[in-house]
Each structure stands twice: as C-alpha cells, then as structure tokens.
Design a protein around this ligand. Structure first.
Ligand code: CAO
Length: 415
C-alpha cells in the first residue's frame, strides 16, 4: 500500500522532543526522514534517562521511529558541502535548535532559498518575536508561559504542570500540520516557505478555553461552573479549577471502591444535563429529578460540589470498571482514571496499533505509542528508531558520493 507522504524527503535537524515528534509523524505517513546528528554524540536524548547501559534510551527510541540517521558535522566546511547537497535534494528542513543556531551554521533562510527555492523550512522556537525570543525553552517553560500552569491544579495550591507534553509534543503536532499545509500550497505556487511555531503559542492555542474564561471573568466577576463558586473568592485572573470540566457539562473526579490503597481507583463523572434523570436514579436520589434545587443545570451550579459528594458515596461502592459498565448503559459520560500500567496492557489499544511492541537490535522488545492518526489509505507501521549514523553510508551513496569520498569524509571527522 502506498503512503500519504511517499516521495517527500525531510531533512530532520530536530532533537529532544518537540521537533522529533513532528518528524516522526511525517515518517509514519510515509515521508523519508533523514535525521542529521553530530558524530559521536547524536541527539542528546539517546543518552538521557537510560534504563539499559549504553543502549539508546526509551526517550529517544519512542520519538524517532521510521527515520534514517546520518552523522554529519555541519560546522566543518566538508560537512557544509554535504548539507548543501541534502538541502538541494530534500523537500522540507525541520529544526528546533536554539534561536539563531541555523543562521550561525551559515544556513539562513536566504541561503536555503538560493540552494532550493522549493524547500519548506520549518522551525520550533520557545517564543515568537518579543521579549523572550532569544530564550532556550523546554516543555515546562512553555506550559508555564502558555497559560497552562496558572490554570492547572487546585485553587489553594501552587501552579501545576501537566503530564501531557503539550509544550513539546503539542508543538510538534502543530508544526506537522504547518508543514503539510505548506507542501500543499507549494503544489500551486512551486515555492517553499517558512513555517514557524512557538511553543508558547502552541500551548496557548491548547489553553484557548482559559482565555475565553478570562474574558468571561472580567465581564461577570464569577465563574459559576468552577469549584470556587459560590463560596470562594474570584480574583482578577482565571483561577485553577481543580478537576472541573470547564465546559457547560460539570464534571469531577470521584473515588471508587479501593481508593484507599489504589491511587488510580477514581472515575471522571460528568453530570450531563440530558441524563440528569438517569444519574439520579442510578445513585438512588430520584427526588432530585423534580426538586427545584436540583432539577435544572442552573439550580445545580451553586451546589455542584455537594452533588458530587453524594454521587461519590455511590461510586465508592463500585470499582471504576463496574461504575463504567453501569453508567454507560444510561449514556452517562464518565471515564476511568487509567494508570500507565493499565494502558500498556489494554488489548484494544494493541489491536488498533496505538500501543505497539517494537523489536530493537540492542534493546530487545519495548512498547511505544504508534500513530494516533489513522488514515484508511496510508496505514502506519512502526519501525524501530535508527542507531546513531546507521544510514550515513546509504544516504551519502544516494546523494552520489563515491566510497572514496565517503572514506575521506570519515577521515576528516565530518561523518
Ligand atoms: N553539526 C555541528 N553542530 C551542530 C549539529 C551538527 N550536526 N547539530 C547541532 N549543532 C550545534 C548547533 O549549531 C548549536 O551550535 P551554536 O550554539 O554554536 O550555534 C549547538 O549544536 C547546540 O544547539 P542548541 O543550542 O539547539 O542545543 P542546546 O542543547 O544547547 O539547547 C534546547 C537545547 C532544546 C534548549 C534548544 O535547542 C531550544 O531552545 N530549542 C528550541 C525550543 C525547543 O524545541 N525546545 C524543546 C526541546 S524538547 O523539551
């Protein structure tokens, strides 16, 4: 079967997490992704958080599937020549160096355009133009600067970062969309263009509803679906909302049977208005169906936390899976709090290729997350990540370098 991005060649200068997330997605869709790394060291994540000595870390393997690895010192003149050739033969260059690094290497946008006017040049930076434009940025910095940390956690606690890597992987996803969009436009114009995504902007885009709430708060002074209402005080900025669902369908995380010993014996419970009657019946509070204090969403808002307390008395008598079974029969929206251990063992995720077991030559078998985007005509197979420089010779030969030239590059420490 063909792949959606067959024939697209990506020069992958990415490292750590944000950029590699993007190029891994493009590789899953069939692009030929050539990852350029420094000889001897490679992407820093190869050696980070290692669980097996001298073996590429899971951090690296899980972000670099389906790519080819080439070692190249792009600061040496002979390395720059190889890079010139790569730029001429690739469709997209993706990078997430610190600000200015590509320019310092001698590969400005103008220079790249001279070499290949069709090239799409895609970059991730921590911040866009402004006071922090020159800053290096990692995941949690982006979460803090993009509005996520100030709106995550409980009202009486400090800001909290989330485990979902919205700064890195979230930005990588945005960049991938930018790249395929630019390639689509190139079909008509014949020209490449620059695609840039700032991590702060990507996080803010994912926190859009909190900017919505900021404006609601400024107009009305109160957020009725937040747990602070009606007794707590609201300041002048969107507060942390604990586990409130934030939309028009109030929700909260409730204890289930076994919560005393199992940190994940919880369920997310949503009191969606159309199934209010069913909720009341399930938890044995049928009188709430007609009681004016409980019968309508508006009437329930000031007493949400006590309502969830009553529902929790019921959920505490069931395991999270028993509660799911019962609630789903009545179309009551809810979700079990699944641990990573449970997710890793979940058969349905294996069936869909969302959780995949991969064989690696030095690591053996390991689990990874496959492509979450399913295309019916371009099915993703997960292929192991490359060893450092595994494809250097192969790629150079494709670029018409002779064996003697390759040996000379090696002798000079360029590859
Ligand atoms: N050959 C020769 N030199 C190379 C090279 C190669 N193949 N690949 C990289 N280099 C050089 C770069 O040119 C740069 O050199 P100069 O500083 O002399 O210009 C140098 O290696 C280091 O690059 P860097 O500054 O990007 O790397 P770092 O480890 O110091 O910083 C990071 C890492 C992530 C903080 C920074 O790259 C960054 O802010 N990136 C943008 C934001 C981002 O993507 N952050 C998410 C990272 S995931 O949490």
């Amino acid at each position: 079967m063909s792949k959606a991005l067959d024939g697209v060649r990506i020069l992958d200068f990415t490292h750590v997490q944000s950029g590699p997330t993007c190029t891994q997605l493009l590789a899953w869709f069939g692009a030929d992704v050539i990852k350029v790394e420094r000889a001897g060291e490679g992407d820093a994540t190869r050696g980070q958080l290692r669980d097996i000595p001298d073996v590429d870390s899971l951090y690296f393997t899980m972000l670099n599937h389906n790519k080819r690895s080439v070692t190249l010192n792009t600061k040496k003149p002979m390395g720059k020549e190889v890079l010139n050739t790569l730029i001429k033969q690739c469709d997209v260059l993706v990078e997430n160096f610190a600000p200015g690094a590509l320019d310092r290497m001698g590969f400005t946008w103008e220079r790249i355009q001279e070499l290949n006017p069709r090239m799409v040049v895609a970059s991730i930076k921590g911040f866009g133009p402004g006071p922090y434009a020159d800053c290096k940025v990692y995941e949690n910095v982006a979460q803090c600067a993009g509005g996520s940390a100030s709106t995550t956690g409980f009202d009486d606690g400090p800001p909290v970062v989330t485990g979902a890597q919205i700064g890195d992987s979230g930005t990588g996803l945005h960049l991938a969309l930018g790249i395929v969009t630019a390639l689509y436009q190139r079909v008509g114009t014949g020209r490449g263009q620059r695609v840039t995504v700032a991590m702060q902007d990507a996080v803010l885009n994912l926190c859009r509803v909190k900017l919505r709430d900021q404006q609601r708060l400024e107009r009305t002074g109160v957020m009725k679906e937040y747990p602070q209402y009606p007794d707590g005080k609201f300041g002048d900025a969107v507060p942390r909302a604990g586990n409130a669902s934030g939309g028009g369908q109030p929700g909260w995380i409730l204890k289930c049977k076994g919560w005393e010993n199992d940190p994940n014996a919880y369920i997310y419970f949503i009191t969606q208005a159309p199934v209010w009657g069913a909720i009341c019946k399930v938890i044995g509070k049928e009188e709430w169906i007609t009681d004016p204090d409980y019968a309508t969403p508006v009437a329930r808002l000031p007493r949400l936390m006590s309502i969830f307390g009553t529902i929790e008395e019921w959920t505490k008598t069931k395991t999270k899976f028993e509660a799911m079974d019962i609630l789903n029969k009545f179309d009551i929206p809810c979700g079990p709090i699944l641990s990573m251990k449970e997710i890793a063992a979940e058969e349905s995720l294996r069936q869909t290729g969302t959780v995949v077991e991969v064989e690696h030559p030095t690591r053996g078998k390991y689990l990874t997350v496959g492509n979450p985007i399913k295309l019916s005509d371009s099915v993703s197979e997960v292929k192991r990540s490359p060893l450092l420089g595994e494809h250097t010779n192969e790629v150079l030969r494709q670029l018409n370098y002779s064996d003697d030239q390759i040996a000379a590059l090696r002798a000079e420490g360029v590859i």
